[in-house]
Design a binder for this molecule. Sequence first.
Ligand SMILES: [Zn+2]
Length: 234
Amino acid sequence: MYEKYSLSLERRLGGQLTFVTTVISIIGLFICYISNPESITQVTIFIGFGLIILWGNYFNDFSEKNNIFLTLKGIFFRDGMYLGKKIYLDWDDVGKINPSIDRSTTLGSNNSFKIKTGIIIIQKKGEDKKYTIKYSHLGGRYVVNHTGFFNAARASDLIKSLRDATSSEERKKIFGESTGTPIERYKHRQQSIPFEFRVMYHCKNCDILMCYDKRVDISEIVCHSCHHNDLVKS
Ligand SMILES: [Zn+2]
């Protein structure tokens, strides 16, 4: 499915969070078995139930099938907030794209915990029907295998510029400018910075915190995600 010139936006943070929570739960279960073997059945049921919900959510929200896939010819996405249908639109058929809209879910009796879900609404040209992409409630999505980070507003702008491009060459250029740094190169750079010289800077352009080398002046550093020089100390 992956074409040479394409770009896929994934919910990487959600996937990583699911994996880390699973590992911690299994370690917790093991510690419980060592320290208090009598209660292992109840704890296993409790943790097992939690993991079923967690992985159910993973397949609904964070798995590869929910990636937004942008190609030279058009866009693939999943329509709807839950278990949506896979949709493909040619760039010529893509109409209005609404900037990000947040749907807030409030948890807790005193509205103490709010989940904001960024969504993107796409209309097909000549039709009233609007497609809804559940974009992210963890800030945004990453370009697969790269550091490029897009919140819903920035992703809407990217989709608009691909729709409005007049040639494949123009779209190739947009892909090249949007992917960020390959993840392996980014990791290699990070590992080369001694721990005491690592610093977190926030990019105002793509709204992400990433790690940099404090020995280099901030005015000379470009963002790992968008390659703009819009960094500020967090
Ligand atoms: Zn940036």
